[in-house]
Design a protein around this ligand. Sequence first.
Ligand code: HEM
Length: 420
Amino acid sequence: MYDSKIYMEALKSEIRTALVNQKAFACPIAMRVAWHASGTYDKSDGSGGSDGATMRFEPEISDEANEGLIIVRDMLREVKDRHPELSEADIWTLAGCLAVEFMGGPEVPHRFGRTDDEDGSRCPENGRIPDAAQGADHLRDVFYRMGFDDRDIVALSGGHTVGRCHEVRSGYDGPWTHNSLEFDNSYFKNLVDLEWKERDWDGEFQYTDVETETLVMLPTDMALIEDDEFRPYAELYARDEDAFFDDFADAYARLMALGCPDSCDPHAEESTDAEESTDNDDTSAEFREFAMHGSVGYMKRIADDADVHGIEEHSGRNALHKAAFWGHEGAVCYLVHECGLDLDVQDKNGDTALHDAARFGHQAIAEILLSAGADPSIKNEDGQDVATLAGAYEKPAIVEMIADGRGATESQQATAVETS
Ligand code: HEM
């Protein structure tokens, strides 16, 4: 699917800018949004989970556990606007996974495929997110319902190593660690090594550390060291950060995929066919990348294993678009004459390879495409045929070429392939 490394890098950078900027550091809350969107799942009937992005609708939007969380939707709105090909559900879960990484935690595998519902008809009933005032039995009720086990419960609770409680949102107050914007195992170290007492205050019942009286533990956090089955895992994670990172990444990735289409499962066994098609997809993406750089030799080397006609899912662009855009004459000739690419494929903006060549005044390429039969009358999403676009970009030679019905001669094209 979203095969290009460049695409993923760009998306990651856009999400980072949305969450980490001069106005905010929103990684902890993004992690929490992704968890609350997913943590409504019920394995007994398949309801709930992040598919559908149902947290946008009543009644889920008003579940008291989700108080104040919708702000993240607005923070990620620009990413959504720039990527209409992605659902909000996918963007929320991806942002949650990346937030962990941005804060120094493990890389959490994530795959796309969620869709957005039109309305709240698939919203689960409120009250499925755990209640911090309760203990181990409640944690088991809630997390077993989703299909998790005791080890997962402890690992996932380690999410509290970042962020803090806000009285206005939950009635609790304070951070779990002294470095609350860093994802590490200090939550477990604090839980196991520090002495805790009930906090004397007017708010919700919570614990505070005896030494500094600045940290918080919720009743559900304390259950991890009070319960005999949970405690060994909390101790393990307190002394072995790698074990925590591995278990957290594994459980959080599964959490994100609950109730979602199979394509979202980051741990799914690929079938042989799927593996082959993924290999082929990767090679095809590589082929397009070589076309973008005009590396005809490399393109030829992998052409037999690649789908040379392949189209990049998120942009709708093929290898010819890429070679034409960057003005690689030899690559364009190779693609047109030896690979037989369709000349008139339109990308997501409605542009053909000829539009791309015309926009940048790549005259030789426009000639090759025209003489091979590319259609200059095709209009892009802005309603521009190739001559109109060339005019708008002040490329009169190309406007003239189209008016004359001109194209490169066969021998000019043969020279271009040979010299590339
Ligand atoms: C085990 C049951 C859980 C309970 C009862 C619980 C409860 C809470 C509560 C009451 C808050 C404070 C919210 C606020 O006042 O802003 C909070 C914050 C947070 N929770 Fe949990 N949570 C649980 C599990 C998780 C899990 C599984 C994750 C992620 C893996 C997670 C990630 C977070 C984060 C990152 C924050 C800080 C948000 C911020 O700084 O805005 N929690 N949680």
